[in-house]
Design a binder for this molecule. Structure first.
Ligand code: EAX
Length: 330
């Protein structure tokens, strides 16, 4: 069977399951929204979703709740977005990186070193531009509800440490399903290899890839540090996580249900940012204690290598957006 056919069969089976479980179920007048994600239950994203559920139940007086499916049980981030588009799944949280395959403007978030620091990052996310980007998914049948903190991503490797960009030469580096991530690793001199997050531990262990890149909590909680013993703090990207709802499901909610859900999502953002900060500190300490070598580098060396990523012709139409983000640096 070819891949396309398998995908169609898979989607059909999901659709049939959806009729049973329903992306949005009404049992005894309780609206239950299914939300799937790819991270572990100990991850701040999952914890924040549990908080969102608690708040939703309280705010709605017990009339709405979430049903959370962690650890990629329902598919990779790309597949989860597709399920939202057909309304077979109500909600998800994905990185803005794979989202660029559906919403081109999201590419700007995967540009290396676009944010000067975390203040700049949050200033942009909460600005009019950030809000517009969140809403830009509507025409692709996914509505952004909120941004979660996903910190900064750095390289990690199994055999050799990355101390400067030239160390990436000949290394296969796992990237997310994102053209911008591919372009970035290429520009830095590595060989980008898209692998889904759920398959990455084995890919690192078996030498399918020589390294990957992620933020400290995901590096730690995925246990990738067990096989990748070098973590290089080059912080090349700060790509937000995006909480999404299928527009099919959103439009089926009453205005009151929509506002309850939006409020619970907004409150979960505040909680997630607190959880994130603690999780980042804990992750770095824990991997260090487990013997991972943490390498600090001259970030400018990495920055100097990625100017070509900004010259990509497909970014042409997004120049105004990029300028707007860069103008908010101070
Ligand atoms: O969105 O695929 C990844 O590396 C992401 O960081 C992760 O799944 C969270």
């Amino acid at each position: 069977m070819n891949r396309k056919f398998i995908t169609i069969l898979y989607l059909l089976s999901v659709l049939v399951t959806a009729v049973h479980l329903s992306g949005c179920q009404e049992t005894q007048k309780v609206r239950t929204l299914k939300i799937g994600h790819t991270l572990d239950t100990s991850h701040p994203v999952h914890q924040a979703m549990m908080f969102m559920n608690d708040r939703l139940e309280v705010i709605s007086g017990g009339q709405m709740r979430l049903d959370i499916y962690p650890s990629g049980q329902l598919g990779s981030e790309r597949e989860l977005i597709e399920l939202l588009q057909i309304g077979a799944l109500a909600m998800t949280k994905v990185s803005a990186s794979p989202l660029e395959g559906f919403i081109p403007e999201m590419k700007v978030f995967s540009l290396p070193y676009i944010f000067a620091d975390s203040d700049h990052y949050w200033r942009v996310l909460t600005s009019e531009v950030g809000k517009q980007l969140l809403r830009s998914g509507e025409k692709y049948r996914v509505r952004g509800l909120a941004y979660y903190d996903a910190g900064s991503r750095s390289f990690y490797s199994t055999r050799n440490p990355v101390k400067e960009p030239s160390d990436l030469a000949g290394m296969k580096i796992r990237v997310m399903n994102s053209q911008t991530a591919v372009a970035m690793v290429k520009a830095m001199g590595g060989s980008p290899t898209p692998v889904s997050f759920g398959e990455l531990y084995t890919a690192l262990q078996q030498g399918v890839v020589d390294g990957a890149e992620n933020n400290p909590p995901s590096f730690y909680l995925s246990k990738h540090y067990e096989v990748a013993r070098f973590y290089t703090i080059d912080e090349h990207t700060s790509i937000p996580d995006v909480v999404l709802i299928s527009t099919h499901i959103w439009n089926s909610l009453s205005p009151q249900e929509q506002s309850w859900l939006q409020l619970a999502a907004d409150e979960s953002v505040v909680r997630q940012r607190q959880l994130w900060k603690v999780a980042t500190e804990e992750a770095l300490q824990a991997v260090k204690a487990a013997g991972v070598e943490i390498i600090t580098v001259d970030k400018d060396q990495f920055k100097d290598r990625v100017t070509s990523v900004y010259q990509d012709s497909k970014l042409g139409s997004m120049q105004e957006l990029i300028n707007n983000i860069q103008r908010q640096a101070q």
